[in-house]
Design a protein around this ligand. Sequence first.
Ligand code: PEP
Length: 249
Amino acid sequence: MRRKLAAGNWKMNGTGAALSELEKLAQTPATSQTDILICPPATLISRAADTLAGTAIALGGQDCHALESGAHTGDISAQMLADAGASMVILGHSERREDHGERDEDVRAKARAAIDGGLTAVICVGESLAEREAANTLDIIGGQLAGSIPDTATGENLVIAYEPIWAIGTGKVPTIAQIGEVHDFIRARLERRFGEGVGRSTRILYGGSVKPDNAAEIFSVPNVDGALVGGASLKAADFSAIIAALDAA
Ligand code: PEP
Protein backbone atom coordinates (compact mmCIF):
# COMPACT_ATOMS: atom_id res chain seq x y z
CA MET A 1 0.00 0.00 0.00
CA ARG A 2 2.99 2.34 0.37
CA ARG A 3 4.88 3.34 -2.74
CA LYS A 4 8.63 3.09 -2.37
CA LEU A 5 10.73 6.27 -2.45
CA ALA A 6 14.34 6.76 -3.51
CA ALA A 7 15.34 10.29 -2.46
CA GLY A 8 18.65 11.94 -3.33
CA ASN A 9 20.05 14.74 -1.17
CA TRP A 10 22.71 16.63 -3.09
CA LYS A 11 23.47 18.90 -0.10
CA MET A 12 25.71 21.86 -1.04
CA ASN A 13 26.98 20.14 -4.20
CA GLY A 14 26.33 20.96 -7.78
CA THR A 15 26.37 23.82 -10.25
CA GLY A 16 24.80 23.83 -13.71
CA ALA A 17 27.24 21.18 -14.90
CA ALA A 18 25.62 18.67 -12.54
CA LEU A 19 22.41 18.79 -14.57
CA SER A 20 24.07 16.30 -16.93
CA GLU A 21 23.69 13.70 -14.13
CA LEU A 22 19.95 14.39 -14.15
CA GLU A 23 19.87 13.88 -17.91
CA LYS A 24 21.45 10.48 -17.34
CA LEU A 25 19.12 9.70 -14.45
CA ALA A 26 16.16 10.53 -16.66
CA GLN A 27 17.19 7.52 -18.79
CA THR A 28 16.50 5.24 -15.79
CA PRO A 29 13.58 3.06 -16.85
CA ALA A 30 10.36 4.22 -15.17
CA THR A 31 9.37 1.87 -12.37
CA SER A 32 5.83 1.05 -11.43
CA GLN A 33 6.27 1.05 -7.66
CA THR A 34 9.17 3.39 -6.84
CA ASP A 35 9.00 7.18 -6.68
CA ILE A 36 12.23 9.05 -7.35
CA LEU A 37 13.11 12.39 -5.75
CA ILE A 38 16.16 14.60 -6.20
CA CYS A 39 16.83 17.46 -3.78
CA PRO A 40 19.48 19.63 -5.45
CA PRO A 41 20.69 22.98 -4.12
CA ALA A 42 17.86 25.52 -4.37
CA THR A 43 19.75 27.36 -7.10
CA LEU A 44 19.29 24.36 -9.41
CA ILE A 45 15.65 23.45 -8.80
CA SER A 46 14.19 25.53 -11.59
CA ARG A 47 16.72 24.35 -14.20
CA ALA A 48 16.40 20.78 -12.93
CA ALA A 49 12.64 21.04 -13.46
CA ASP A 50 13.28 21.92 -17.10
CA THR A 51 15.75 19.06 -17.46
CA LEU A 52 13.31 16.55 -15.93
CA ALA A 53 10.15 17.81 -17.66
CA GLY A 54 8.15 14.85 -18.93
CA THR A 55 9.81 12.40 -16.53
CA ALA A 56 8.38 11.01 -13.29
CA ILE A 57 11.37 12.24 -11.25
CA ALA A 58 10.27 14.72 -8.58
CA LEU A 59 12.28 17.59 -7.12
CA GLY A 60 12.63 18.79 -3.56
CA GLY A 61 14.28 21.46 -1.45
CA GLN A 62 16.68 20.82 1.43
CA ASP A 63 15.14 23.27 3.90
CA CYS A 64 12.47 25.98 4.05
CA HIS A 65 11.52 28.83 6.36
CA ALA A 66 8.53 28.61 8.65
CA LEU A 67 7.01 31.72 7.09
CA GLU A 68 5.71 32.37 3.59
CA SER A 69 7.64 35.61 2.99
CA GLY A 70 9.25 38.50 4.78
CA ALA A 71 12.48 40.04 6.03
CA HIS A 72 14.55 36.85 6.37
CA THR A 73 17.71 37.35 4.37
CA GLY A 74 19.04 34.20 2.80
CA ASP A 75 16.00 32.08 3.59
CA ILE A 76 13.59 30.42 1.23
CA SER A 77 9.91 29.65 1.72
CA ALA A 78 7.88 26.57 0.87
CA GLN A 79 5.94 28.63 -1.67
CA MET A 80 9.20 29.63 -3.38
CA LEU A 81 10.32 26.00 -3.57
CA ALA A 82 6.97 24.96 -5.02
CA ASP A 83 7.10 27.83 -7.51
CA ALA A 84 10.55 26.66 -8.66
CA GLY A 85 9.27 23.13 -9.27
CA ALA A 86 9.64 21.28 -5.96
CA SER A 87 6.98 18.99 -4.53
CA MET A 88 8.83 17.92 -1.40
CA VAL A 89 11.33 19.36 1.08
CA ILE A 90 13.83 17.74 3.46
CA LEU A 91 13.50 19.20 6.97
CA GLY A 92 15.46 18.71 10.17
CA HIS A 93 18.43 17.03 8.51
CA SER A 94 21.11 16.48 11.17
CA GLU A 95 23.41 18.89 9.31
CA ARG A 96 20.74 21.60 9.67
CA ARG A 97 20.20 20.68 13.30
CA GLU A 98 23.97 20.87 13.93
CA ASP A 99 25.05 23.72 11.64
CA HIS A 100 22.05 25.98 12.27
CA GLY A 101 20.92 24.93 15.74
CA GLU A 102 17.52 23.78 14.51
CA ARG A 103 15.44 22.36 17.33
CA ASP A 104 12.46 20.03 17.08
CA GLU A 105 10.05 22.96 17.41
CA ASP A 106 11.77 24.76 14.51
CA VAL A 107 11.48 21.65 12.36
CA ARG A 108 7.82 21.32 13.30
CA ALA A 109 7.09 24.94 12.31
CA LYS A 110 8.91 24.46 9.01
CA ALA A 111 7.04 21.22 8.35
CA ARG A 112 3.71 22.91 9.04
CA ALA A 113 4.68 25.67 6.59
CA ALA A 114 5.78 23.12 3.99
CA ILE A 115 2.49 21.23 4.24
CA ASP A 116 0.49 24.48 4.11
CA GLY A 117 2.50 25.39 1.01
CA GLY A 118 1.53 22.13 -0.72
CA LEU A 119 4.83 20.30 -0.19
CA THR A 120 5.48 16.90 1.32
CA ALA A 121 7.77 17.23 4.36
CA VAL A 122 10.60 14.69 4.60
CA ILE A 123 11.41 14.97 8.31
CA CYS A 124 14.78 13.56 9.40
CA VAL A 125 15.42 11.99 12.79
CA GLY A 126 18.46 10.16 14.10
CA GLU A 127 20.70 9.57 17.05
CA SER A 128 24.38 10.43 17.57
CA LEU A 129 26.95 7.72 18.26
CA ALA A 130 27.11 8.72 21.93
CA GLU A 131 23.32 8.43 22.20
CA ARG A 132 23.37 4.96 20.62
CA GLU A 133 26.20 3.80 22.84
CA ALA A 134 24.28 5.02 25.88
CA ALA A 135 21.29 2.92 24.70
CA ASN A 136 19.21 6.07 24.25
CA THR A 137 18.39 5.65 20.56
CA LEU A 138 14.65 5.02 20.87
CA ASP A 139 14.18 7.78 23.46
CA ILE A 140 15.93 10.25 21.15
CA ILE A 141 13.94 9.17 18.10
CA GLY A 142 10.69 9.23 20.05
CA GLY A 143 11.36 12.77 21.24
CA GLN A 144 12.29 13.97 17.77
CA LEU A 145 9.15 12.45 16.27
CA ALA A 146 6.90 13.97 18.93
CA GLY A 147 8.53 17.38 18.65
CA SER A 148 9.12 17.66 14.90
CA ILE A 149 5.95 16.33 13.26
CA PRO A 150 3.04 18.79 13.03
CA ASP A 151 -0.53 17.69 13.78
CA THR A 152 -1.49 18.30 10.14
CA ALA A 153 0.65 15.40 8.90
CA THR A 154 -0.90 12.68 6.75
CA GLY A 155 0.46 9.71 4.83
CA GLU A 156 0.59 11.90 1.73
CA ASN A 157 2.28 15.02 3.10
CA LEU A 158 4.76 13.37 5.48
CA VAL A 159 7.78 11.11 4.97
CA ILE A 160 10.10 10.18 7.83
CA ALA A 161 13.81 9.57 7.21
CA TYR A 162 15.69 7.66 9.90
CA GLU A 163 19.29 8.83 9.61
CA PRO A 164 21.69 7.79 12.37
CA ILE A 165 24.10 10.73 12.50
CA TRP A 166 27.11 8.43 12.84
CA ALA A 167 26.20 6.70 9.56
CA ILE A 168 25.94 9.84 7.41
CA GLY A 169 28.86 10.14 5.02
CA THR A 170 31.00 7.76 7.07
CA GLY A 171 30.56 4.43 5.29
CA LYS A 172 29.31 2.96 8.59
CA VAL A 173 25.88 1.36 8.48
CA PRO A 174 23.79 0.03 11.36
CA THR A 175 23.05 -3.67 11.40
CA ILE A 176 19.88 -4.90 9.78
CA ALA A 177 18.51 -5.59 13.27
CA GLN A 178 19.26 -2.03 14.40
CA ILE A 179 17.58 -0.52 11.34
CA GLY A 180 14.59 -2.80 11.77
CA GLU A 181 14.19 -1.94 15.44
CA VAL A 182 14.11 1.81 14.78
CA HIS A 183 11.81 1.57 11.75
CA ASP A 184 9.33 -0.63 13.64
CA PHE A 185 9.46 1.85 16.51
CA ILE A 186 8.77 4.81 14.19
CA ARG A 187 5.84 2.97 12.60
CA ALA A 188 4.38 2.21 16.02
CA ARG A 189 4.77 5.83 17.16
CA LEU A 190 3.07 7.13 14.01
CA GLU A 191 0.18 4.70 14.47
CA ARG A 192 -0.17 5.63 18.13
CA ARG A 193 -0.30 9.36 17.44
CA PHE A 194 -2.16 9.52 14.12
CA GLY A 195 -4.07 6.24 13.99
CA GLU A 196 -3.55 3.21 11.81
CA GLY A 197 -4.52 4.90 8.53
CA VAL A 198 -1.90 7.62 8.66
CA GLY A 199 0.58 5.47 10.57
CA ARG A 200 0.56 2.71 8.01
CA SER A 201 0.55 4.92 4.93
CA THR A 202 3.48 7.16 5.95
CA ARG A 203 6.71 6.18 4.26
CA ILE A 204 9.81 5.63 6.40
CA LEU A 205 13.18 5.93 4.67
CA TYR A 206 16.56 4.81 5.90
CA GLY A 207 19.50 7.17 5.30
CA GLY A 208 23.22 6.87 6.05
CA SER A 209 25.88 5.54 3.68
CA VAL A 210 23.42 3.74 1.38
CA LYS A 211 25.41 2.52 -1.63
CA PRO A 212 24.72 0.21 -4.57
CA ASP A 213 26.43 -2.67 -2.77
CA ASN A 214 24.46 -2.49 0.51
CA ALA A 215 21.10 -1.25 -0.79
CA ALA A 216 19.43 -4.63 -1.37
CA GLU A 217 20.14 -5.81 2.17
CA ILE A 218 18.85 -2.57 3.70
CA PHE A 219 15.69 -2.68 1.56
CA SER A 220 14.95 -6.21 2.73
CA VAL A 221 14.16 -4.85 6.22
CA PRO A 222 10.43 -4.58 7.04
CA ASN A 223 9.17 -1.00 7.32
CA VAL A 224 12.03 0.34 5.20
CA ASP A 225 10.13 2.02 2.37
CA GLY A 226 13.14 3.49 0.62
CA ALA A 227 16.23 5.56 1.21
CA LEU A 228 17.46 9.10 1.63
CA VAL A 229 20.81 9.03 -0.15
CA GLY A 230 23.54 11.64 0.05
CA GLY A 231 26.87 10.93 -1.63
CA ALA A 232 25.66 8.11 -3.85
CA SER A 233 22.90 10.28 -5.33
CA LEU A 234 25.42 12.60 -7.00
CA LYS A 235 26.27 10.07 -9.72
CA ALA A 236 23.37 8.86 -11.83
CA ALA A 237 24.91 5.40 -12.25
CA ASP A 238 25.11 4.83 -8.48
CA PHE A 239 21.67 6.26 -7.77
CA SER A 240 20.12 4.22 -10.60
CA ALA A 241 21.59 1.05 -9.09
CA ILE A 242 20.04 1.95 -5.72
CA ILE A 243 16.68 2.63 -7.40
CA ALA A 244 16.88 -0.77 -9.11
CA ALA A 245 17.61 -2.48 -5.80
CA LEU A 246 14.65 -0.74 -4.19
CA ASP A 247 12.35 -1.62 -7.05
CA ALA A 248 13.38 -5.26 -6.81
CA ALA A 249 12.96 -5.46 -3.02
C1 PEP B 1 22.30 12.28 3.98
O1 PEP B 1 22.98 13.26 4.08
O2 PEP B 1 21.07 12.37 4.06
C2 PEP B 1 22.96 11.00 3.76
C3 PEP B 1 22.30 9.92 4.04
O3 PEP B 1 24.27 11.03 3.29
P1 PEP B 1 25.17 9.77 2.84
O4 PEP B 1 24.28 8.88 1.98
O5 PEP B 1 26.28 10.37 2.06
O6 PEP B 1 25.59 9.07 4.06
